[in-house]
Design a protein around this ligand. Structure first.
Ligand code: 2HG
Ligand code: ZN
Length: 461
């Protein structure tokens, strides 16, 4: 690393927070899937928006691009370096401030993990509207930057819907601060909404103001074994109308459950396997189990239905679904395609994607699971070379032909960049490029993520 650059960065963040020895850099250079990695010039760890601004100004002047990174739980290669960028780790921005326990709002540093925020607000009877399996490491800043969804989107929406204010540093070091905590505030463009889901390409998010939801401690979880995804979706439809407080409707298949059981110490939930599994969770101020059981009664086979209300029993059922990601990773380096289908096409998509994969790459081992309530299926594929993206393209083209989206909640990153035009029109993409150019003309913020600043030359894919 250039000694002069190091000296200038150290003057802003302190010598202990500019890291360039290869061993320390390593954990920042490879993403959670292990499919995406690249060398970083260094890792810089600022502790405030002012320090982020200082770092960006130095990097911009030195012509060094910056990759913002939170808990590094991203799954699309969007938060790891690609070609000698500086990794800007936001984990030291870890303050929880201004918790308004009456309004249910809190200001949170970008580096606070979801789990820490959950513990903090739950102690006062509030909860975070978004929940996801990587809660112990995923940071709030990264979750906003990727507009994370998770398991409760059907009830509370994704991260963008929780956002009522933001502090972010623009590429030139200017600090955008909109943290008044006003629920109604129509004064020009919705910049917080724009930055949510911008994957670190427009600004570095340093703090956010979030709306909270009332804690619903009474919970009931049902796990159902079913003959098909279509049958599972019919149950979801029935329960949605009949059971109050439905928060999650998650689906998985025997190939995924087998992996989970093999890589964990969990016991099989049922004495025999089923072609499809559906996990439902209802939550409310009072025990939702009787209403959930009544809603399931006309549509579910009692012999293939487990109902849990105790925390430990609920967690055991949830583990069958939540531990898919780690079990798949223990088996190999997966290709991950996080897609959404229109509700009425989801059931037909499942056999179609399996058939397409078998045709394109016979060695592919698909493991499907996801959020049935919002049409979001995680198509994980084992058995492929990490660089072989023929199967990725085939699946995403199929998704587009079904009227779906190539990214439901993980973002585009670099993993899905070649296929952005499948579900975004030329007008859409040029509007996004115009915004990127206006906010980051030198292209120093997460370059190459979502799209390249310059469109490809004619004839180049
Ligand atoms: C989940 O729903 C996450 O568990 C991860 O979005 C999905 O590992 C995946 O593909
Ligand atoms: Zn998910």
């Amino acid at each position: 690393m250039d000694p002069d650059l190091r000296r200038r960065l150290e003057a802003v963040v302190g010598a202990a927070h500019v890291l360039d020895d290869p061993d320390t850099r390593a954990s920042y250079e490879t993403d959670w899937t292990r499919r995406f990695s690249g060398p970083a010039a260094c890792v810089v760890r600022p502790a405030s928006a002012a320090e982020v601004a200082g770092v960006l100004q130095i990097c911009r002047a030195a012509g060094i691009a910056v990759v913002p990174q939170g808990g590094n739980t991203g799954l699309v290669g969007g938060s790891v370096p690609r070609a000698g960028e500086a990794v800007l780790s936001l984990r030291r921005l870890d303050a929880i401030e201004d918790f308004d326990e009456v309004a249910g709002e809190v200001t949170v540093g970008a580096g606070v993990t979801l789990e820490r925020l959950q513990e903090h607000v739950r102690a006062a009877g509030w909860d975070v509207g978004v929940d996801l399996a990587s809660r112990a490491s995923a940071t709030i800043g990264g979750m906003v930057a990727t507009n994370a969804g998770g398991v409760r989107v059907i009830r509370f929406g994704p991260m963008r819907h929780q956002l009522i204010g933001i502090e972010a540093v623009l590429a030139d070091g200017a600090i955008l601060r909109r943290l008044p905590g006003l629920l109604k505030d129509n004064t020009g463009y919705d910049l917080p909404g724009l930055l949510a889901g911008s994957e670190g390409t427009l600004a570095v998010i340093t703090r956010v103001r979030l709306r909270l939801v009332p804690l619903r401690p009474a919970r009931a979880v049902a796990l159902l074994g079913l003959p098909s995804l279509d049958a599972a979706l019919q149950v979801v439809r029935a329960v949605r109308r009949a059971a109050p407080g439905l928060e999650a409707a998650e689906v998985f298949f025997p190939e995924g459950l087998d992996l989970v059981l093999r890589h964990t110490h969990l016991a099989p939930p049922f004495p025999r396997p089923y072609p499809c599994y559906l996990l439902l969770e209802c939550a409310g101020p009072a025990d939702p189990a009787p209403a959930l059981a009544a809603a399931l009664e006309p549509v579910a086979d009692p012999a293939a239905t487990l109902l849990a209300t105790d925390r430990a029993d609920r967690d055991r059922l949830w583990a069958c679904r939540e531990r898919h990601t780690e079990a798949i990773s223990a088996e190999g380096i997966p290709h991950k395609l996080d897609v959404t289908l229109p509700a009425d096409r989801l059931a037909a998509f499942e056999p179609a994607v399996r058939a397409r994969l078998a045709a394109v790459r016979p060695a592919a081992r698909p493991i499907l699971f996801g959020h049935a309530g919002d049409g979001n299926l995680h198509v994980n594929i084992l058995g492929l070379d990490p660089d072989d993206d023929a199967a990725d393209g085939a699946v995403l083209e199929l998704v587009a032909s079904f009227g779906g989206s190539i990214s439901a909640e993980h973002g585009i990153g670099i993993a899905k960049k070649p296929w952005l035009s499948l579900t975004r029109s030329p007008a859409d993409i040029s509007a996004m490029r115009a915004i990127k150019r206006a906010l980051d003309p030198a292209g120093i913020l997460n370059p190459g993520v979502i799209f390249d600043l310059e469109p490809p030359a004619p004839g180049v894919a």
